[in-house]
Structure formats: structure tokens, C-alpha cells
Design a protein around this ligand. Structure first.
Ligand SMILES: O=C(O)C(=O)C[C@H](O)C(=O)CO
Ligand SMILES: [Zn+2]
Length: 274
């Protein structure tokens, strides 16, 4: 079963007026992972799509997605898939890949269906593409590791870059995930924006009772979302994306837009935030 919801783009002046329900409606993606289903959110931020596929031991096929307006979803798109569950398989045409927990598969633009099977919980991130880059499985060991933060600032973390120019070729999609060390709670601090790219987060590896307070909004007009595990946040180009959580956690970040430069960020000092 396939379900697709559409998320429209919000102007920062509208975002300032939203209450908790309004912020959650426009920026939080709550239920992407449901047994036996593929659930997608089609956003109007760079036409980025995020979602989940949970075959739960069976198999699920992603073919036509009406919102994309093409016979099959990847006809004019590329896609990153992160397995946040147990081992599972993804197949396309006569190729198939086994993804262990934490592995990432890149699928380049091209016709045909994609099939998910096994015990994987597959996070999906997709952006429009204009040429075909080769499909590629990137295991955790093949990712580029960047260590950031320190214990003194409670933000010691490891960034793993998978779909990234230093690791492999893609059109505009970049993707990886960041894990907080035990005792560290802050992610992506100091906060930043990059008006040239949108970004989407998906928090995982959290206890059921744990929550992350995700900071969003313009740097001088911040808002927050209280986010549970396996929930996504869409971060418009004008918004910071940062947070603090209970216990160690991991979040998948994925971006689309004008450049693929992970280090291209406009930082705001904590003292300048409001
Ligand atoms: O922990 C971090 O810092 C990050 O993971 C950075 C984010 O992914 C990001 O916002 C990249 O633009
Ligand atoms: Zn960012």
C-alpha cells in the first residue's frame, strides 16, 4: 500500500504566526513507518520527497507516484535509502542489494519499479535529477566520517557522509547521518541556515519515551518541535535546524538545492539567537 501526502512551502512570515499544531502540521512528518506500507511526503521544497517503506518480512513495490507525474517514481528522480531496521533487500530491474542496519543505497534516475523486502525499515529521500548516476550501495565502513563537537559543550558527535561528493556521485541529493555520543545532547550547534538548500531530518535510534526538542525558524525568530523517534522534520532554506535530546540519538540529514557543499553554512552565534 502506498500513501502520499503533500507538504506545501511556508513563507517565514507565516511560520512566525503558527501555533504548536500549525508548526507540527507544516514541518513535522509523523508517521512514515507503518508495517506493510510505503508512506511518502511530497514537499514543495525543491520537490524533495521523504518517507518510509516497511515490508515487515514481505515485499513492497514502489512504481508510479501520481504526484511526480511520471510513469515510475524515479523516471526523473534520484533516491537515497537508509535502512534503520534489521537486514533487508532492495531490488531494481535485475539488480538487488542487501542493506544491513545503517547502510545506504543510492538509486540513480531511471525507469522501473523499486522493490523493498525483508526485515528492513527503509527511510527514503528523493530529489529531482537530470542525468543518471550509477546505483551504489554505501556501507557504514565506506562512509566518510567527520568528528565534531566536544564533551564540554555536550555536542560530541560523529557525522557519516554517504551520498556526498567525497564518497560518490549524485545529481543534487546529499545524505548522511549524525550520531550523538553518550552524554552529548546537542546536534548541529551552533545553528546555521543555507538559503541555497533545503534540508530534511529523520530522527532514529531513540528510546520510545525519549524526545528531541528540534529548533527551527529564522535565527532571530526561533520555534521548536518536540520530536519522537522515526519522525521527520522538513527544514525550509530560511530555517535553522538544530536540537537537543534525551539520551543518545541519531538523525539522517538529506539536502537538495543549488550546491552539494556540506560546509556551506551561515552560522548564527547563540548570543544572536532569539
Ligand atoms: O551534527 C551536525 O552538525 C550535522 O549533522 C549537520 C547537519 O547535517 C546539517 O545541517 C548540514 O547542513
Ligand atoms: Zn544544515
Amino acid at each position: 500500500m502506498l500513501t502520499v501526502q503533500t507538504m506545501h512551502a511556508v513563507h517565514p512570515e507565516q511560520a512566525r504566526t503558527l501555533d504548536t499544531d500549525g508548526l507540527r502540521k507544516h514541518f513535522l512528518v509523523e508517521d512514515s513507518f507503518k508495517s506493510g506500507e510505503i508512506r511518502l511526503t511530497y514537499t514543495h521544497y525543491d520537490r524533495f520527497v521523504l518517507g518510509g517503506a516497511v515490508p515487515d518480512g514481505g515485499s513492497l513495490t514502489l512504481g508510479e507516484v501520481k504526484e511526480a507525474g511520471t510513469p515510475s517514481f524515479l523516471d526523473r528522480r534520484e533516491m537515497g535509502i537508509v535502512n534503520i531496521g534489521d537486514t533487508g533487500e532492495v531490488a531494481r530491474g535485475d539488480e538487488s542489494w542487501t542493506l544491513n542496519r545503517g547502510d545506504v543505497l543510492y538509486l540513480g534516475m531511471g525507469a522501473g519499479e523499486v522493490t523493498f523486502s525483508g526485515k528492513g525499515r527503509f527511510y527514503i529521500a528523493s530529489a529531482p535529477a537530470h542525468r543518471t548516476c550509477p546505483n551504489r550501495l554505501v556501507t557504514i565502513d565506506e562512509a566518510k566520517e567527520v568528528k565534531l563537537g566536544d564533551v564540554e559543550n555536550s555536542n560530541k558527535r560523529t557525522i557519516r557522509q554517504f551520498i556526498h561528493p567525497d564518497v560518490m556521485e549524485s545529481c543534487q541529493l546529499t545524505l548522511g547521518y549524525t550520531s550523538l555520543e553518550d552524554g552529548s545532547v546537542w546536534n548541529t550547534i551552533p545553528s546555521h541556515t543555507h538559503d541555497r538548500r533545503m534540508e530534511a531530518y529523520m530522527y532514529w535510534g531513540m528510546d520510545d519515551d525519549a524526545r528531541v526538542v528540534h529548533l527551527m525558524g529564522e535565527p532571530q525568530e526561533t520555534r521548536h518541535l518536540v520530536v519522537a523517534g522515526e519522525q521527520g522534520v522538513v527544514s525550509p532554506p530560511w530555517s535553522i535546524h538544530s536540537g537537543a535530546g534525551i539520551g543518545a540519538y541519531t538523525f539522517i540529514w538529506a539536502m537538495a538545492g543549488d550546491n552539494m557543499d556540506f560546509t556551506d553554512m551561515d552560522f548564527t552565534k547563540p548570543k544572536d539567537m532569539r
